[in-house]
Design a protein around this ligand. Structure first.
Ligand SMILES: [Zn+2]
Length: 282
């Protein structure tokens, strides 16, 4: 790899850490219905507004020694971890998609789609991260996240259709499913006056199928079912031991599982494994 590509991948890494920084902020604010673009970032301990120097992903954490500049309160390392992980994910994705500096500069006509494809995958991974983390914290698929998933899916389908006109027929079925679930959601919302968790999960699965394909999505669901099965089995064993018999009721079993979170992890892992190995494990 030459120096230009090293610089290119460093840039991709930096963009990835910026997205990572956005993820930590978004998953904190979305469930609270706070603005994710305009309100200033602040220290959750002393509420001091953060300056530009406090907001550089990864580096701020290192240079400030993991502490708030104003109140010296320790910053949770999860910010640093998510930012770094996100940077690496962006680099690995670019590498696996054969996106390099020459693809960007030399053959813009051919590489145009390559860059667009990369951008769409980044938007999709953003969807998975926001969905999975907010779901894990609240056991609820946030409506705004579902809507974001639908919007990028439609944009992606439009892009695919412009590139290859025959493709539209393959995606009509997904769009029909979207409409069906949204109609169902409106009906259940009127009847029971609450958000439907199942509908949120179904919308997520459709978005997954559009971006990662039906095969990967089916594998994802199989993996998640396996996880649920193992979890139930373990719970059953736990329940049978005398100590826990009274603590866990049957109804709690399903409620405590973050299915959206597992779906997200299984989907992204399967997607990367398929990109690396070229085929499905299951
Ligand atoms: Zn502070």
């Amino acid at each position: 790899m030459d120096i230009y590509n090293v610089i290119f991948y460093v840039l991709i890494f930096i963009i990835g850490t910026l997205f990572g920084s956005f993820y930590t902020l978004a998953v904190y604010r979305i469930p609270k219905k706070q603005d994710i673009t305009h309100t200033h970032s602040y220290c959750p301990n002393c509420n001091h507004k953060l300056g530009i120097l406090d907001l550089i992903p990864v580096f701020s954490y290192i240079f400030l020694g993991g502490k708030c500049r104003y109140c010296k309160q320790k910053i949770r390392p999860r910010y640093f971890i998510i930012e770094t992980l996100s940077g690496f994910t962006f680099v690995v994705l670019a590498y696996l998609m054969n996106l390099d500096i020459y693809a960007v500069t030399d053959e813009i006509a051919i590489s145009g789609p390559k860059i667009l494809e990369y951008i769409f995958m980044v938007l999709y991974i953003t969807f998975v991260v926001l969905m999975a983390v907010t779901e894990k914290e609240n056991r609820k698929i946030e409506k705004s996240v579902s809507v974001y998933g639908i919007v990028i899916s439609i944009m992606y389908i439009v892009y695919l259709c412009i590139r290859e006109q025959a493709v539209i027929y393959r995606y009509v079925i997904f769009l029909a499913f979207y409409v069906l679930i949204l109609v169902l959601d409106t009906i259940t919302l009127k009847k029971y006056a609450k958000d439907s968790y199942t509908n949120g999960i179904l919308l997520t699965v459709i978005t997954m199928a559009i971006f990662t394909g039906v095969e990967i999505t089916v594998s994802t669901i199989i993996y998640v079912l396996l996880i649920i099965f193992i979890y139930m089995l373990l719970m059953k064993l736990k329940k049978n031991s005398k100590e826990n018999r009274k603590k866990i009721g049957d109804k709690d079993l399903n409620k405590t599982l973050p299915i959206g979170f597992y779906l997200g992890i299984a989907n992204v892992v399967t997607f990367f494994v398929v990109m690396i190995c070229g085929n499905l494990v299951i």
